[in-house]
Design a protein around this ligand. Structure first.
Ligand SMILES: NC(=O)c1ccc[n+]([C@@H]2O[C@H](COP(=O)([O-])OP(=O)(O)OC[C@H]3O[C@@H](n4cnc5c(N)ncnc54)[C@H](OP(=O)(O)O)[C@@H]3O)[C@@H](O)[C@H]2O)c1
Length: 152
């Protein structure tokens, strides 16, 4: 059985990814920062709920300790599509908050889960990104999504 964890999966793309992975026969861990939202969405998607705020070191450490086996990590959780901002004048508190969720969160989580993914022998990491973070289309606008990891 392939065990997959999807972050930020109580709604949107993450929830649909969970649903489809479960339909494909994966054992899906549905991550969400709200335990209630995780429970509700997991019941809907046929997954197991996991409280996981990707900006919380405590949540990440707990997840790494509790998950016994992992084959696939989908870094999906993200915030802030600040199309109103330009890099030259951006409110950096907005960008910094986005970086905590969109960059450092998945980075820290990936580091914590790497031992499990390596032990799996067929580990995969999927970083859900955005066209705005694509180097080919990058300019001075919408700075927060550019804190997403690059496309793989
Ligand atoms: N939708 C698009 O058109 C589009 C286009 C390009 C790329 N993407 C990428 O696709 C991914 C999902 O997008 P979406 O449209 O489905 O987004 P969404 O509907 O806004 O959902 C974002 C999810 O991330 C969760 N989240 C936010 N901060 C979190 C944190 N600190 N810890 C854990 N979970 C957190 C949210 O939880 P709460 O419910 O608690 O807020 C929510 O479940 C993102 O990486 C986004 O950059 C989306």
């Amino acid at each position: 059985m392939t065990v997959s964890l999807v972050t930020g999966a109580n709604r949107g793309i993450g929830l649909e990814v969970c649903r489809q992975l479960a339909q494909c026969g994966h054992d899906v861990l549905l991550g969400a920062r709200s335990p209630e939202a995780a429970e509700r969405a997991a019941a809907e998607a046929g997954a197991t709920p996991l409280r996981l705020d990707v900006t919380s070191s405590a949540d990440i450490e707990r997840a790494a300790a509790e998950i016994g086996h992992l084959d696939v990590l989908v870094n999906n959780a993200a915030i802030t599509y600040d199309t109103w901002q330009r890099a030259s004048t951006a409110d950096l508190s907005v960008v910094r908050e986005a970086a905590e969720t969109n960059l450092y969160g998945p980075w820290r989580l990936t580091q914590a889960l790497l031992p499990l993914l390596r032990r799996s022998g067929r580990g995969r990491i999927v970083n859900v990104s955005s066209g705005v973070a694509s180097l080919t289309g990058m300019g001075g606008g919408t700075p927060s999504p550019t804190t997403r990891p690059g496309r793989r």
